[in-house]
Design a protein around this ligand. Sequence first.
Ligand code: ATP
Ligand code: MG
Length: 128
Amino acid sequence: GAKLEDEIIRVQQIIQAAEMDFQLEGNIHLTHTPLLVENVLSMCLKEAATNIVKHSNASKCRVSVHQTDTEVIIQVQDDGIGISGKIDSFHGHGLQGMKERLEFVNGSLEVRSHNGTTLNIRVPNIVQ
Ligand code: ATP
Ligand code: MG
Protein backbone atom coordinates (compact mmCIF):
# COMPACT_ATOMS: atom_id res chain seq x y z
CA GLY A 1 0.00 0.00 0.00
CA ALA A 2 1.11 3.56 -0.67
CA LYS A 3 -0.98 5.26 2.01
CA LEU A 4 1.76 5.91 4.55
CA GLU A 5 4.16 7.06 1.84
CA ASP A 6 1.56 9.55 0.58
CA GLU A 7 0.98 10.87 4.11
CA ILE A 8 4.71 11.32 4.68
CA ILE A 9 4.91 13.46 1.54
CA ARG A 10 2.02 15.62 2.81
CA VAL A 11 3.66 15.88 6.24
CA GLN A 12 6.91 16.97 4.62
CA GLN A 13 4.97 19.65 2.72
CA ILE A 14 3.18 21.08 5.77
CA ILE A 15 6.39 21.10 7.85
CA GLN A 16 8.35 22.83 5.10
CA ALA A 17 5.49 25.28 4.47
CA ALA A 18 5.91 26.27 8.14
CA GLU A 19 9.59 26.94 7.35
CA MET A 20 10.96 24.08 9.40
CA ASP A 21 13.58 21.58 8.30
CA PHE A 22 12.22 18.13 7.60
CA GLN A 23 14.33 15.02 7.93
CA LEU A 24 13.19 11.53 7.03
CA GLU A 25 15.00 8.40 8.13
CA GLY A 26 14.46 4.69 7.59
CA ASN A 27 12.38 2.74 5.14
CA ILE A 28 8.90 4.10 4.48
CA HIS A 29 7.92 1.18 2.26
CA LEU A 30 6.10 -1.10 4.66
CA THR A 31 5.62 -4.74 3.77
CA HIS A 32 2.74 -7.00 4.81
CA THR A 33 1.16 -4.25 6.90
CA PRO A 34 -2.63 -4.49 7.13
CA LEU A 35 -4.44 -1.53 5.52
CA LEU A 36 -6.10 -0.73 8.85
CA VAL A 37 -2.70 -0.42 10.53
CA GLU A 38 -1.38 1.75 7.72
CA ASN A 39 -4.45 4.00 7.99
CA VAL A 40 -3.93 4.40 11.73
CA LEU A 41 -0.23 5.20 11.24
CA SER A 42 -1.10 7.79 8.58
CA MET A 43 -3.62 9.45 10.89
CA CYS A 44 -1.02 9.56 13.68
CA LEU A 45 1.60 11.14 11.44
CA LYS A 46 -0.84 13.76 10.24
CA GLU A 47 -1.88 14.71 13.78
CA ALA A 48 1.75 14.73 14.98
CA ALA A 49 2.74 17.09 12.16
CA THR A 50 -0.28 19.34 12.75
CA ASN A 51 0.68 19.55 16.43
CA ILE A 52 4.27 20.43 15.57
CA VAL A 53 3.12 23.27 13.32
CA LYS A 54 0.49 24.50 15.82
CA HIS A 55 2.25 24.10 19.15
CA SER A 56 5.98 23.34 19.04
CA ASN A 57 7.70 26.50 17.81
CA ALA A 58 10.36 24.10 16.51
CA SER A 59 12.86 24.67 13.73
CA LYS A 60 13.31 21.00 12.87
CA CYS A 61 11.15 17.91 12.54
CA ARG A 62 12.50 14.41 12.10
CA VAL A 63 10.44 11.35 11.21
CA SER A 64 11.90 7.87 11.32
CA VAL A 65 10.17 4.72 10.16
CA HIS A 66 11.47 1.25 10.97
CA GLN A 67 9.87 -2.11 10.42
CA THR A 68 11.06 -5.27 12.12
CA ASP A 69 9.73 -8.82 11.80
CA THR A 70 7.20 -8.06 14.48
CA GLU A 71 6.38 -4.36 14.45
CA VAL A 72 6.44 -0.94 12.83
CA ILE A 73 8.07 1.82 14.86
CA ILE A 74 7.61 5.45 13.90
CA GLN A 75 9.31 8.23 15.78
CA VAL A 76 8.29 11.85 15.27
CA GLN A 77 10.63 14.33 16.87
CA ASP A 78 10.75 18.12 17.03
CA ASP A 79 13.20 20.52 18.68
CA GLY A 80 10.57 22.90 19.99
CA ILE A 81 9.25 23.98 23.39
CA GLY A 82 8.34 20.46 24.51
CA ILE A 83 5.13 19.13 25.93
CA SER A 84 3.94 18.92 29.51
CA GLY A 85 1.42 16.59 31.10
CA LYS A 86 0.32 13.04 30.42
CA ILE A 87 -1.60 11.90 27.34
CA ASP A 88 -4.49 10.90 29.60
CA SER A 89 -4.98 14.55 30.50
CA PHE A 90 -5.52 15.54 26.84
CA HIS A 91 -9.18 14.55 26.74
CA GLY A 92 -10.92 14.55 23.38
CA HIS A 93 -7.95 15.96 21.54
CA GLY A 94 -5.51 14.75 18.94
CA LEU A 95 -3.10 12.88 21.18
CA GLN A 96 -5.88 11.07 23.00
CA GLY A 97 -7.42 10.05 19.65
CA MET A 98 -4.03 8.84 18.45
CA LYS A 99 -3.57 6.73 21.58
CA GLU A 100 -7.05 5.19 21.29
CA ARG A 101 -6.66 4.31 17.60
CA LEU A 102 -3.21 2.79 18.22
CA GLU A 103 -4.55 0.70 21.10
CA PHE A 104 -7.33 -0.50 18.80
CA VAL A 105 -4.66 -2.12 16.57
CA ASN A 106 -2.67 -3.34 19.61
CA GLY A 107 -0.18 -0.53 19.26
CA SER A 108 1.04 2.12 21.67
CA LEU A 109 1.93 5.79 21.93
CA GLU A 110 4.67 7.17 24.11
CA VAL A 111 5.25 10.91 24.48
CA ARG A 112 8.55 12.32 25.70
CA SER A 113 9.59 15.86 26.33
CA HIS A 114 13.33 16.38 26.18
CA ASN A 115 14.92 18.96 23.87
CA GLY A 116 11.51 19.23 22.23
CA THR A 117 8.83 16.59 21.84
CA THR A 118 9.23 13.00 20.71
CA LEU A 119 6.35 10.67 19.87
CA ASN A 120 7.10 6.96 19.77
CA ILE A 121 4.48 5.05 17.83
CA ARG A 122 4.60 1.25 17.77
CA VAL A 123 2.24 -1.19 16.07
CA PRO A 124 2.56 -4.96 15.60
CA ASN A 125 2.72 -6.10 11.96
CA ILE A 126 -0.13 -8.48 12.54
CA VAL A 127 -3.35 -7.45 14.23
CA GLN A 128 -4.19 -10.32 16.61
P1 ATP B 1 -6.72 19.11 18.60
O1 ATP B 1 -5.65 18.10 18.28
O2 ATP B 1 -7.97 18.48 19.13
O3 ATP B 1 -6.94 20.06 17.47
P2 ATP B 1 -4.71 20.06 20.38
O4 ATP B 1 -3.72 19.99 19.26
O5 ATP B 1 -4.60 21.22 21.33
O6 ATP B 1 -6.18 20.03 19.81
P3 ATP B 1 -3.58 17.56 21.25
O7 ATP B 1 -3.14 17.25 19.86
O8 ATP B 1 -4.11 16.44 22.06
O9 ATP B 1 -4.64 18.73 21.27
O10 ATP B 1 -2.35 18.17 22.03
C1 ATP B 1 -2.54 18.49 23.42
C2 ATP B 1 -1.62 19.63 23.83
O11 ATP B 1 -0.28 19.18 23.87
C3 ATP B 1 -1.62 20.82 22.89
O12 ATP B 1 -2.65 21.69 23.17
C4 ATP B 1 -0.26 21.42 23.13
O13 ATP B 1 -0.28 22.24 24.27
C5 ATP B 1 0.59 20.21 23.45
N1 ATP B 1 1.37 19.72 22.30
C6 ATP B 1 1.03 18.74 21.43
N2 ATP B 1 2.01 18.50 20.54
C7 ATP B 1 3.02 19.35 20.85
C8 ATP B 1 4.33 19.60 20.31
N3 ATP B 1 4.81 18.92 19.25
N4 ATP B 1 5.08 20.56 20.91
C9 ATP B 1 4.62 21.25 21.97
N5 ATP B 1 3.41 21.05 22.54
C10 ATP B 1 2.61 20.13 21.98
MG1 MG C 1 -3.61 18.29 18.04
